[in-house]
Design a protein around this ligand. Structure first.
Ligand code: SAH
Ligand code: SF4
Ligand code: F3S
Length: 449
């Protein structure tokens, strides 16, 4: 039969998937795509040509949830024009909203939460059998990704979820409700995944968890996050190990030793502070105070030269006064983070913080955000300036997004972006670059042969 005349009994179905939110969601989508491809689907970037539309959603802040609801609204037209398209909403917002989504958008066919990833084939079969308006949102009692096909976006750096869920119930946060209770993934499963990635020539692994410092707590084996890092550091082949997120309340000083002595463990810690005011940290239920946070930073910097420290911070938490905010500004001046993800507090229904008095007006929140961003920009620029003249190891991850011929982009061990001119074959390699120039976000280098 000639290629052109080939017909399929069951023509391959096309799936359009859009992912919102954090790296965990991105990695979940890699597993969703892996499983769908194995069951005969192919990926399309053209929503109009798809048979299945999946939105892998986030709801950590209200804005992203509104954006997703508005996208679901737009898809209504596409569904009206083609009744056969199946629309599925998965991920964190699906888990939080459940049947509310059907109420707001009755044309949605399918809802499943993050814990249902391993049941995707069953879910796909229910789609194929034409079952509509199904909800799959039960939490699971253990977390494994054993034998689940995965289609990774990158061939250089791989996300690895070492745990799922969260038990911390910070008073503002939806994650414990969307990703369920904290569950760690077994050590041997993680080790064999990393060995497998090393054989495929991956250079970097990125370990993911909402609070990696409490890794292992629910496992039968005796393991901690630091021990896991030590084991991974001994894996042949992988060059770099990164991880997020460390929670200050569970920060264990063993980790400092592992970063210092483990040649593959990158010199970068992301340690969300959230606020520089003890009063606010207490009502956030973060379980540390500013002094405790600062002593962790001091110990890290005392032991590890040139480590970069980044953070997450929120402004406008209920009850945050100008003085509380000044405490945050002063803490930032004192600590001098390499970089910070800055957020406006977003009121999430059913969280403890949403019921707190003294919600801060949006205008005040915005104004505080900009003051904090301006300060952080100054600090990041000064820190980057000090790197001019240094020769740094860079893992080249892509051609630079700016349309400059032969411009490549990569990351230092301290997670700073370096752009430089070089041949495309260098993508995926470790090179040395001399830093010539810098700005707030980027280092500009020259390849050192
Ligand atoms: N588990 C990580 C963070 C996960 S969510 C930790 O505990 O640090 C990522 C970031 O989103 C948080 O650090 C916080 O700064 C921000 N965030 C979470 N809920 C928020 C809310 N309701 N409003 C604004 N920012 C929020
Ligand atoms: Fe949310 Fe706190 Fe858990 Fe982080 S530790 S995911 S901020 S509840
Ligand atoms: Fe991530 Fe958003 Fe869920 S930040 S854990 S996808 S709510």
């Amino acid at each position: 039969m000639s290629k052109e005349s080939k017909t399929y009994k069951n023509p391959p179905k096309k799936v359009y998937i859009r992912t919102f939110g954090c790296q965990m969601n991105v990695n979940d989508s890699e597993y969703i795509i892996g499983q769908l491809e194995q069951s005969g689907y192919s990926i399309t970037g053209d929503i109009l040509k798809s048979d299945l539309i999946l939105l892998n959603t986030c709801c950590v802040r209200a804005k992203v949830e509104q954006k997703i609801y508005s996208l679901i609204g737009k898809i209504k037209k596409i569904k009206e024009n083609n009744q056969n398209i199946i629309l599925g909403i998965c991920g964190c917002m699906a888990q939080k909203e459940k049947e509310n989504i059907f109420k707001r958008a009755p044309y949605v066919d399918l809802i499943f939460g993050p814990s249902q990833l391993n049941n995707l084939i069953e879910i796909v079969n229910s789609i194929k059998s034409g079952k509509k308006q199904s909800i799959f949102c039960n939490n699971t009692t253990c977390f494994n990704l054993k034998d689940i096909p995965v289609k990774r976006e990158s061939k250089i750096s791989a996300w690895i979820q070492i745990m799922r869920g969260c038990n911390n119930y910070c008073s503002y946060c939806v994650v414990p409700y969307t990703r369920g209770p904290e569950q760690s993934r077994g050590v041997s499963e993680i080790l064999s995944e990393v060995e497998n990635l090393a054989q495929k020539n991956y250079k970097e692994i990125f370990l993911l968890g909402q609070n990696v410092n409490s890794y292992g707590k629910n496992l039968p084996e005796s393991i901690t996050f630091s021990k896991l890092l030590k084991l991974l550091n001994n894996t042949n082949g992988i060059n770099r190990i990164r991880f997020i997120t460390s929670h200050p309340k569970d920060f264990n000083f063993d980790l400092i030793k592992v970063i210092k002595n483990g040649d593959k463990v990158c010199e970068h810690i992301h340690l969300p502070i959230q606020s520089g005011s003890d009063k606010i940290l207490k009502i956030m239920n973060r379980e540390y105070n500013v002094n405790q946070y600062k002593s962790i930073i001091k110990e890290i910097r005392k032991n590890i030269n040139n480590i970069s420290i980044t953070t997450d911070v929120m402004v406008g938490f209920p009850g945050e006064t100008e003085n509380d905010f000044l405490d945050t500004l002063n803490t930032f001046k004192e600590i001098e983070f390499d970089d910070a993800f800055t957020f406006i507090y977003s009121n999430r229904e059913n969280t403890i913080a949403s019921l707190m008095p003294n919600q801060v007006p949006l205008q005040v929140k915005k104004e505080r955000l900009w003051r904090l961003i301006d300060l952080q920009k100054e600090i990041s620029t000064t820190i980057n300036k000090k790197l001019e003249g240094e020769i740094l190891e860079v893992l080249v991850d892509k051609k630079s997004i700016k349309n400059i011929p032969n411009q490549l982009s990569g990351r230092t061990k301290t997670n700073k972006t370096v752009v430089f001119i070089g041949e495309e074959e260098l993508v995926g390699q470790l090179v040395k670059a001399k830093i010539i120039k810098s700005d707030t976000w980027t280092l500009y280098g020259e390849l050192v042969k």
